[in-house]
Design a protein around this ligand. Structure first.
Ligand SMILES: [Zn+2]
Length: 235
């Protein structure tokens, strides 16, 4: 059964997702939750940045609209994109967007966060979070590479094919936080291996405005850390 849940406060808002059904309740109760505030001064330990390696290609994605936001999924037959983290291989399945950012970086919220969702052969989840902020000058075309038309929910529902240079979606300086949490949409199951870049990428102000108008507020509020370790890796 598919049950409606929303980002606005109320009986089906984030505070009450766990009360919507038994599955949502179980997911929230049985795993440490995401997003969280990632503070450099509170990291548990440094991590070796070489534990993360990307094997990303230029790929055609098909856009769609569900769970209140735009999703991009690799078109069948495309080259497989994957990351290797901590000696485990994860395949990229989905890219989607939240506004404003779900994770806070040193208590700072950004206007947008992109999630790159990966899965291992053993069905383990790894999500990469990339926060973004607008720039007026086209000095950095990273996120601007995504075509506007794919971001219109009405167009997205019609399944546009969008070519994306995946490596251009990542910040140049790849210092990242790592912690164990959950999905941020119901059912908020875990464990999810989270990698969140400390540095933002930049996007055209017009594109960010289109996101704001067409998608709007889609962020789950920060959850308690509950003493779990957070690692920081220079890369
Ligand atoms: Zn997400």
């Amino acid at each position: 059964m598919i049950l409606d849940w929303f980002y606005e406060e109320g009986p089906r808002g984030p505070e009450n997702w766990k009360n919507i059904c038994a599955i949502f309740h179980k997911a929230e109760n049985e795993s440490l939750q995401s997003p969280i505030n990632l503070k450099e001064e509170e990291v548990t330990a440094e991590m070796d940045g070489n534990l993360l390696a990307f094997d990303y290609h230029a790929t055609n994605f098909r856009s769609s609209f569900f769970n209140h936001t735009v999703h991009l999924n690799p078109v069948a037959g495309e080259k497989i994109n994957h990351v290797v983290f901590n000696h485990k291989r994860y395949t990229l399945e989905d890219i989607h967007f939240h506004l404003p950012s779900e994770h806070l970086i040193n208590s700072q919220q950004f206007p947008l966060e992109m999630h790159l969702v990966h899965r291992s052969a053993k069905n383990e989840l790894l999500v990469i979070g990339v926060v973004a902020e607008p720039t007026q000058v086209p000095l950095n075309k990273k996120l601007a590479k995504i075509d506007n038309i794919a971001l219109n929910p009405r167009n997205a529902a019609r399944g546009f094919v969008v070519p994306i240079l995946l490596n251009q979606l990542l910040p140049e300086k790849r210092t990242f936080f790592n912690y164990s949490g959950s999905l941020t949409t119901p059912p908020t199951e875990g464990p999810v291996e989270w990698l969140v870049f400390k540095m933002p990428v930049y996007m055209r102000q017009g594109l960010l405005k289109a996101f704001e108008e067409q998608i709007g507020k889609t962020n789950r509020p920060v959850q308690e850390r509950k003493g779990r370790p957070i690692y920081l890796a220079d890369k």
